[in-house]
Design a protein around this ligand. Sequence first.
Ligand code: ASP
Length: 325
Amino acid sequence: MKRRDFLDQSSMGFAGLLVAPNLTAVFPKKEIIKSLATSTPYVLSTWNVPQATLLAGEALEKGSQGLDAAVHGVAFEEANLLNTTVGKGGAPDRDGNVSLDACVMNHKGDCGAVLAVENITHVAALAKDVMEKTPHVIIAGAGARKFALEQGYKAENLLTESSKAAWKKWLEKGNYKPEINVENHDTIGMLCSDVYGNLSGVCTTSGLAYKMMGRVGDSPIIGSGLYIDNEVGGAVATGLGEEVIKTVGSFLIVELMRQGKTPQDACEEAIERIIEKQKGKPDFQVAYLATNKKGEIGAYSVHRGFSYTKYFNKKTTNTQSNSVY
Ligand code: ASP
């Protein structure tokens, strides 16, 4: 079944705004990598995104592989018009174009990414299609849009009236300074551990509001916004992408865990690497979320205000991370 076959979520009370890929269509159970189907699945998402996290968790309980569940979960927020930092309804660049970035990585170390894509809502699914259906890892801009249309994705206007109004207001002064939202609903990085004990992840974003046209942050860059090593663990990032890229943050965290650090210590060291390059207190936010194969969790941010959502044992909970400041 093609990606255009979306499940209408309106019966769940979301006023028909939200669509997500059809569960039965996108969750092949064919491949069990580890024969032990005994692991308790869990999901970790950056920020307070209970519905997306729950959808992913429920998919895992049904036997979905981690990456399928993560793509399904984040699709909820990609379609959520009220979320101005991910998918449709995302804030535009300074020229008024909404351009989205996403990447995916699975337990086998396969990965895919799309950069600066316009008119396509479900960019995490598109990144997975790049991984599965092309010989490439990254497709950018007009090429990514063309590939999406060939795969049956619908071209949509992603700029909502309210995002347009906010952009017009911003244009009155037009001062460009990246502003990082430290509340709910920023870039979504999601890590899923499935019933087969395998770890996968997704990162999806509309990037910084009013960024320069063509600017791409850390979120779709494998190793920066997301990294998975199924032998060790996984990590995701949110916040000022330029700082995450400079320190290859998610890869750094996974490598620190490989050397024996807990996810918490690894996240703290990765934030420290950023802080130590600054003169004084940074005026930007960066936050990391990580897990290892023992199911331990770590989260840490530059400033207060970062939280993560966890699905475990059929429940979602939101937890504030510790921070430097
Ligand atoms: N990391 C994203 C970017 O730099 C933005 C964010 O997470 O707030 O594009």
